[in-house]
Design a binder for this molecule. Structure first.
Ligand code: ATP
Ligand code: MG
Length: 418
């Protein structure tokens, strides 16, 4: 015991000395973080101009149209909106025009109440953390905005989360609130990466919210390469990366759709990998390693954030799957799932609800489902988990409910029964 204690300071000393003396590749960590807002956004001139045109009437006290901004993930929606808001804010301050700017993210807020509380806090209105009815919060907000007399530009990022979790009532209430406080107003900018989101809005909200729409196309490979070169120049030591590594980052990030977030993430993780290896230069091999790590992290994140019964069903599918053929019938899966749920003191869902969760897991790519016809013996669905049992167990090991059973042995039928 004593000797290991004595060994530790030396061990740490060498780690810390290495950190102090090594020539780091990354010189500006913040520039590679996902919340970094660059002061130039190339290839988004059209979208910036459209949003600017739509919001410009606020500078002469007129209410602009509400806007819906669409585009796949990593296409610059949040960056462009924040950038345009910042510029408008600078102009309004310079010209002493009263305008309040509020940025919210529906997913990060989590609840309608939190979203309203954030709006209130941004306009200096104190609202208790919980406890009030939504209508009460809305009415306090309305009175307060009336008194303050400064029109509001409200961004609701990831707005689809709000509508999917609740419905479109809050959006409706905010648009009608805006109509009641004329000549003041709340101008809403909704952002979504779900291109079908508009169809989930009722007609009354749809027409009010999407008075204007701006679409963000995915970036092309050369566009991503150019964005990455700009970042690398700012964030990495000069001469510490190859052009081939940057180009590979761009190509890999465009393999699904041109996603600038994935591109910057790959660059950061690649550079960190090279640093850890003690390499002087960021090369293609580091980007390939970074890709593996990022994909693994994504899968883990997706697994950890699944709802409870989805976790149980996925765990059931992986545990009950045929060891060599790697599939399980829905009947056997349901049985294993029910046993797992009971082991956690949870009431299993009905087969119908379980089946709709299986469809969601299929959509997420976590398992696949094929209908197999056995002729006169009928038909059955074969469920194949797409993630290994080991990965699933590791991801769930910290879950407060399932964590305790992931290490226990569970029933594992060897043949696909119905
Ligand atoms: N034109 C650009 N130039 C430089 N960096 C950009 C550009 N577009 C996006 N980025 C960077 O890429 C990352 C992702 O952009 P952003 O967060 O705006 O994507 P998003 O469209 O909002 O994605 P999501 O739908 O997932 O929220 C950010 O770090 C952002 O700074
Ligand atoms: Mg965004």
């Amino acid at each position: 015991m004593k000797s290991s204690l004595q060994e530790q300071p030396d061990q740490l000393e060498s780690i810390f000395t290495k950190a102090l003396t090594s020539n780091r590749l990354i010189t500006q960590d913040a520039v590679l973080r996902s919340d970094y807002l660059p002061n130039k956004l190339p290839f988004r001139g059209l979208q910036i101009a459209s949003l600017g045109e739509i919001l410009a009437p606020t500078l002469h006290y007129s209410k602009p149209s509400n806007v819906l901004i669409y585009g796949k993930t990593g296409t610059g929606k949040t960056a462009v909106t924040k950038y345009t808001m910042n510029k408008l804010k600078e102009t309004s301050i310079a010209n002493q025009i009263p305008l309040a700017f509020i940025y919210t993210n529906a997913r990060l807020c989590g609840t309608e109440y939190r979203l309203l509380a954030e709006m209130a806090a941004a306009t200096n209105l104190q609202i208790p953390f919980t406890g009030l009815a939504l209508t009460e919060v809305l009415s306090r907000l309305e009175n307060h905005i009336r008194r303050q007399r400064s029109p509001i530009i409200l961004v609701i990022d990831e707005v689809d989360y709000l509508v999917k979790t609740y419905n479109d009532d809050l959006l409706y209430n905010l648009t009608t609130l805006s109509e009641r406080i004329t000549p003041s107003f709340i101008s809403i900018i909704g952002i979504s990466n779900d291109l079908q989101f508009k169809d989930q809005l009722g007609a009354r909200v749809q027409s009010r919210l999407s008075e204007e729409e701006i679409v963000f196309p995915p970036y092309t490979v050369p566009e991503l390469a150019s964005i990455l070169k700009e970042r690398a120049t700012m964030a990495l030591r000069q001469g510490s990366y190859t052009e081939a590594a940057i180009n590979l980052c761009a190509a890999l990030s465009a393999s699904e759709h041109g996603d600038a977030r994935r591109a910057v993430d790959l660059l950061r993780v690649g550079a960190e990998t090279a640093e850890r290896e003690g390499s002087e230069i960021l090369e293609e091999k580091h980007i390939r390693l970074a890709l593996q790590k990022i994909d693994q992290d994504r899968v883990n994140e997706a697994l950890k954030t699944l709802p409870l019964h989805a976790k149980l069903l996925l765990l059931g599918a992986a545990t009950a799957s045929h060891p060599t053929q790697n599939y399980v019938s829905t009947g056997a899966l349901y049985e294993t799932y029910s046993n797992l749920a009971k082991a956690c003191d949870i009431e299993p869902l009905t087969t119908r609800r379980a089946s709709s969760i299986l469809t969601e897991l299929h959509t997420l790519g976590l398992l696949s489902a094929h209908l197999v016809n056995y002729g006169r013996y009928g038909r059955t669905k074969q469920i194949r988990p797409q993630i290994s049992l080991d990965t699933i167990q590791k991801a769930f090991s910290e879950d407060p409910i399932i964590g305790t059973i992931t290490t226990k042995k569970t029933q594992s039928p060897q043949t696909p029964t119905n």
